[in-house]
Design a protein around this ligand. Structure first.
Ligand SMILES: [Zn+2]
Length: 435
């Protein structure tokens, strides 16, 4: 391979093209190319085509030896040899460059991997390649959608987790927009994202899913949202519904927080400030009793003595602990005893927030206890929510739900990425030889 042209073409690696010239500017490498085709037939009638003229197309390729690369392809336009043929003229195409795209396939796939697998911001990838945001997003859609739609991506699911994430923060023109994530709890991948958090959106997703696939789901874990419980019916009525432990404790925490804020307002006539006794213990209140050391305990008691004249917060704290107690045991019958104790205690309480907590626990009694029977929880979902947050952070707020869904699924959906070269490692140099 001593001929300079064939050397350049070997480096270039797009078959069917020949390199005419390579020039260099301070910012990029410019590679003039054309196809090797000399004889082509008309796509309609097959008659040998005549060369008409050429058209210049600028395309971005993968960077070359650390420099951005611009391909200048002098595209041929052909004319059918048969004057009566309706095909008249056409422009040549290449399998390496999708029509009307500004990136070669290999550059588009790499951009998709950067944005999807590595959750990098589209703008950063665009800047690196020297194209605009839209070009990269178009490539992510073009190459990413088939990966997400691949039927092999999601296999048989036994345990389904359903969780809410916020998709767009509230602005002047709309409230916070939510999305529902569906997760394969065993394989820890996001199966799909659905716009909204209503019963209707979940139900319509189930309606569109393959009934055979739904039939194999035995357990569904959700938070304590009536909308999700309602949305599971009728398509997932056969599955055991589990209330996720994290969310059960969260409901108790929220009740405690509400009482703290109300007592704060009633005793001081305003919202909590940095040095208020109740504000200072707000985090201690929410952490589990077993996690508090002696000092923490003392601070908690002191804060309550000063800030909680009628023992209302203390009552809510005890209620919260009684809910946490349910998860001290793995034994279903012990859990049942503990839960019923918590429910009875809450329902009799004089504090309205605690009574409301008791009613919620009572409504979800079966689902809460199902955790101990099945062992299912959304623990994996919470982990995935962190990944989803990575995607959200790098997107700086999504305007399009479709783009958001695509990027979340590319990042956390268990996508089978196309083979990526894994070169043999070049061994570390022996340090003694350098001395
Ligand atoms: Zn023709």
């Amino acid at each position: 391979m001593n001929n300079p042209t064939s050397l350049a073409e070997a480096l270039f690696g797009l078959d069917g093209f020949q390199i005419l010239e390579v020039t260099e500017t301070p910012d990029e490498l410019i590679i003039n190319i054309e196809t090797k085709s000399v004889v082509v037939g008309c796509p309609t009638c097959g008659v040998r085509a005549q060369a008409k003229d050429r058209m210049r197309v600028d395309i971005r390729d993968l960077p070359c030896f650390g420099r951005p690369a611009r391909l200048v392809w002098m595209k041929r336009r052909w004319r059918c040899g048969d004057r009566d043929c309706e095909e008249k003229t056409w422009t040549e195409i290449s399998e390496h460059v999708p029509s009307r795209e500004l990136l070669t396939n290999r550059a588009g796939i790499e951009a998709t991997r950067q944005v999807g697998e590595l959750a990098r911001p589209v703008s950063g990838v665009a800047k690196e390649l020297g194209v605009c945001w839209q070009t990269v997003m178009d490539a992510v859609k073009l190459h990413g959608a088939p990966l997400v739609d691949d039927p092999e991506r999601v296999g048989k699911v036994g345990a389904l987790g359903i969780d809410e994430t916020s998709f767009l923060k509230a602005t002047k023109s709309h409230p916070t927009l939510y999305a529902t994530g569906l997760v394969d709890l065993d394989h820890r991948i996001v199966i799909d994202m659905v716009e909204g958090n209503s019963a209707a959106s979940l139900r319509s997703w189930c309606r569109n899913a393959d009934p055979g696939w739904l039939g194999e789901i035995t357990v569904v874990a959700t938070d304590l949202a009536e909308s999700y419980r309602a949305g599971l019916s009728p398509h997932l009525d056969h599955a055991i519904r589990v209330a996720d432990p994290f969310h059960v404790t969260q409901v108790a925490n929220r009740a405690l927080d509400k009482v703290r804020r109300r007592v704060q307002r009633e005793t001081l006539g305003r919202r909590g400030r940095k040095n208020d006794p109740l504000y200072r213990i707000r985090k201690l209140l929410l952490s589990g009793a077993e996690r508090l050391d002696e000092r923490g305990n003392e601070r908690l008691l002191l804060g309550l003595r000063i800030g909680d004249p009628d023992n209302e917060i203390h009552g809510a704290w005890l209620a919260k602990e009684s809910v946490r107690d349910i998860y001290l045991t793995d034994d279903p019958s012990q859990a049942e005893l503990l839960l019923d104790k918590a429910i009875t205690g809450c329902l009799k309480d004089k504090v309205p927030e605690i009574r409301s907590l008791g009613r919620t626990l009572k409504r979800w009694r079966t689902e809460i206890l199902n955790h101990h029977l099945t062992g299912a929880s959304n623990g994996p979902t919470e982990g995935l929510n962190l990944c989803v947050k990575t995607v959200k952070r790098c997107g700086h707020g999504f305007r399009s739900f479709e783009n958001y869904r695509l990027r979340v699924l590319l990042h956390t959906g268990g996508v089978n990425w196309p083979e990526h070269p894994s070169p043999p490692r070049i061994r570390t140099r022996n340090p003694h030889l350098n001395a």
